[in-house]
Design a protein around this ligand. Structure first.
Ligand SMILES: [Zn+2]
Length: 310
């Protein structure tokens, strides 16, 4: 992930290119190509969104609709650890999916962006309807509605990589000075505004002419300088994006406790153990009779009024 800015102008952007992280993320998954590519776009989008915000925690991009992909979840932490999963209607992909476009994949529904902070119990959520054109177009609406920032986004993904670029028109730094501003200052301010809008328009047009294969294949610096040729671009240092799942034993334990001892015991009785597989990384969390006796024993002794032996 690399941030960039146009020198001396209120236009900024980000570039994301995932290789190994994208392969690791879906290592144990078997998605039809169209689902896989949409998932890759969503992961890149979650990184782009996370890098526009200041937070400590996890950002979740969730798409839920009536299309062949029923649910798509992509998550990115503030230090760029990603994970993602898609649920899809397998019957719709039985005869191949080469012609499946975004509107067929997504259908009608919503895209929700949620930020959950680690330390405080704060939560932020913005929701936009799915725009049938593309995931990128849907997210442009998200930025226009939720952040009031004019934004252009391109996204692309294939079997080997996933990439995207975001360009934003930022509010002018400093802004209009209060009281006593001279006519000259107002004129200078207005000229800066016009210039920033022209720059944003040029950068947007450059993104529109960018082909998906070029976005995925070119080396980052080469791509940026070619795409935004003519703009005085400043590239900031790169941040590594890695696949990392946040599943842990404690979460599985609380899930088993919520199922209840009777239900868990009956599974143990039939199968010898309970195995809960993480939907994101496919890690199997296995609990045998000894493990579950321990976890329900602990739960029972804490529950008020339960017939625990003390
Ligand atoms: Zn996991």
């Amino acid at each position: 992930m690399r941030r960039f800015a146009v020198e001396h102008q209120a236009v900024r952007g980000e570039f994301v290119l995932l290789g190994p992280a994208w392969l690791a993320l879906r290592e144990h998954s078997d998605y039809p190509p169209a689902v896989r590519n949409l998932l890759g776009e969503a992961v890149v989008a979650s990184v782009l969104l996370a890098s526009t915000l200041k937070f400590e925690g996890e950002l979740t991009l969730q798409m839920q609709g009536t299309g062949a992909v029923r649910l798509l979840v992509a998550q990115c932490t503030n230090d760029f650890k990603v994970r993602a999963v898609a649920r899809f209607d397998a019957a719709r992909f039985a005869e191949g999916d080469s012609a499946m476009d975004f509107s067929t994949l997504a259908g009608e529904g919503t895209i929700a962006v949620t930020v959950e902070a680690d330390k405080r119990a704060s939560r932020y959520q913005g929701i936009v309807p799915i725009d049938g054109v593309s995931l990128a177009a849907s997210l442009e609406h998200y930025f226009a509605n939720s952040e009031q920032l004019p934004t252009r986004i391109v996204l692309a993904a294939d079997v080997a990589g996933a990439a995207g670029i975001l360009v934003q028109r930022m509010p002018q730094a400093g802004g209009a000075q209060s009281g006593g501003a001279s006519a000259d200052a107002a004129a200078a301010e207005s000229a800066r505004e016009t210039l920033a809008w022209d720059t944003y328009a040029a950068a947007s047009a450059a993104l529109e002419s960018l082909a998906a294969d070029e976005l995925l294949a070119r080396a980052p610096e080469d791509l940026m300088h070619r795409t935004f040729a003519g703009l005085d671009l400043r590239l900031f240092p790169a941040h590594e994006v890695q696949f990392r799942c946040r599943c842990d034993r404690d979460r599985v334990v609380s899930m088993l406790r919520s199922l209840g001892a009777a239900e868990v015991d009956s599974i143990i009785h039939e199968q010898g153990a309970v195995t809960v597989t993480c939907e994101f990384c496919h890690k199997p969390w296995r609990f045998d009779a000894v493990d579950t006796a321990e976890l329900f024993g602990a739960a029972a002794s804490h529950a008020p009024g339960s017939p625990a032996l003390n």
